[in-house]
Write a protein that binds this ligand. Structure first.
Ligand SMILES: *[C@@H]1O[C@H](CO)[C@@H](O)[C@H](O)[C@H]1NC(C)=O
Ligand SMILES: *[C@@H]1O[C@H](CO)[C@@H](O)[C@H](O)[C@H]1NC(C)=O
Ligand SMILES: *[C@@H]1O[C@H](CO)[C@@H](O)[C@H](O)[C@H]1NC(C)=O
Length: 342
């Protein structure tokens, strides 16, 4: 589907909103309907939030998230989008693994796992949010980052994927491109900011990235212009995923020789492979309506549900395997055994 015919209708109003909301865990499963549709199991484990129509395949041609979902694990009750990242594991000295759980952000302490999502029009600290953006179209999806990035130059191709070592829940600096090298008392926050310039035509692309671009120069935050190839400025989607490392912060449990005990579900111990996926699924024009309101976090047009309701929305795991929530496991699901990795 091409949206060009809709564009003039949908996008006339200037918009002025920044929204931030919590989402509980929908499921932790080895599925990836964007990169590996139909594969059950997909290569690595993900943590997923959003609408409960999430499935092994979700083709843009026939999977209408807002119509097929009956609930969402996100606070906005009209957001049936799916958002996901890899899962994080801790490797014990004896080479076994446990999955690191997630927790809600400040204001969402009662949510079950999950993460925080933002849609913004200008930088986070800009309370006016006057810069014009367009909402996404049904069928739109994208990913950012690469699980195969294993060096800083490779990770730097995706400028705004970072980690914050939380001293407390309000720590926001510094951000690093690789995993924190010391225990983080309040957890590890993974920050993913998606590119904000769209080519205006394609809902997806073969690599799920190239229909999007970063600004031609400067940044989204500095109002850098979009390149001619990707002229449409869209909202910046940002994830904050807080991994609760409390159970893994004892230095005596960390590798004696100083190596990194945290490892992404795709086997990355550097952190440079940080990546995230997004499939748009807001009901009708609810996202556009919110973005058209002048508001900062508290937006009247955003219909919400309670944390209790968010927590009730989940789907069962399709790939039946031990993901290391309760027991120490010999290998991360889908990955080689520790011996074979070394
Ligand atoms: C997932 O897809 C399968 C196969 O198309 C279908 O039978 C099932 O109902 C779908 N599940 C959900 C939750 O939509
Ligand atoms: C491996 O290490 C973990 C964490 O220290 C411990 O709980 C577990 O019992 C150990 N497993 C074996 C087989 O030694
Ligand atoms: C960015 O590009 C625009 C358009 O080409 C130009 O006018 C502007 O000076 C550039 N800004 C910077 C910081 O390079």
């Amino acid at each position: 589907m091409h949206w060009t015919s809709l564009a003039t209708l949908a996008f006339v109003a200037p918009s002025n909103a920044l929204i931030r909301f919590g989402c509980s865990q929908l499921v932790v499963d080895r599925l990836d309907p964007l990169v590996n549709p139909g594969m059950e199991p997909s290569p690595h484990l993900h943590q997923i939030i959003g609408g409960n129509s999430f499935n092994t395949s979700m083709y843009k041609e026939d999977h209408d998230l807002a119509k097929l979902s009956t609930c969402t694990s996100c606070q906005p009750s009209e957001d049936f989008s799916n958002y996901w990242t890899a899962s994080l594991f801790f490797r014990a000295r004896n080479g076994t693994y446990k999955r690191v759980p997630q927790k809600g952000n400040v204001g969402f302490e009662g949510q079950r796992g999950g993460m925080t999502v933002y849609y913004m029009q200008a930088s986070l600290g800009d309370y006016q949010q006057k810069a014009k953006v367009k909402a996404f179209q049904p069928g739109f999806r994208m990913l950012i980052g690469s699980p195969t990035a294993s060096t800083k130059p490779e990770a730097d191709r995706y400028p705004q994927l970072t980690y914050t070592c939380l001293q407390d829940m309000n720590t926001r600096y510094p951000e690093t491109k690789d995993f924190p090298s010391k225990p983080c008392p309040a957890g590890i926050m993974v920050n993913l900011r998606f590119p904000t310039c769209w080519n205006g035509v394609d809902l997806d692309s073969p690599d799920h990235i190239s229909h999007m671009s970063y600004p031609a120069n400067g940044t989204f935050e500095s109002q850098g212009p979009c390149p001619a190839s990707h002229p449409v400025r869209v909202a910046q989607v940002m994830y904050e995923v807080i991994f609760e490392t409390k159970a893994f912060n004892k230095k005596t449990d960390w590798p004696a020789e100083g190596s990194q005990p945290f490892v992404w579900s795709f086997g990355d111990t550097t952190g440079f492979g940080n990546h995230g996926d997004y499939v748009f699924g807001w009901k009708d024009d609810s996202l556009q309506n919110i973005l058209d309101e002048e508001c900062y976090v508290q937006c009247k047009t955003m219909k919400t549900q309670s944390i209790e309701e968010m927590n009730k929305c989940s789907v069962s795991r399709k790939v039946n395997e031990n993901v290391g929530d309760d027991d120490w496991i010999e290998a991360i699901p889908g990955q080689k055994t520790p011996m074979a990795q070394e």
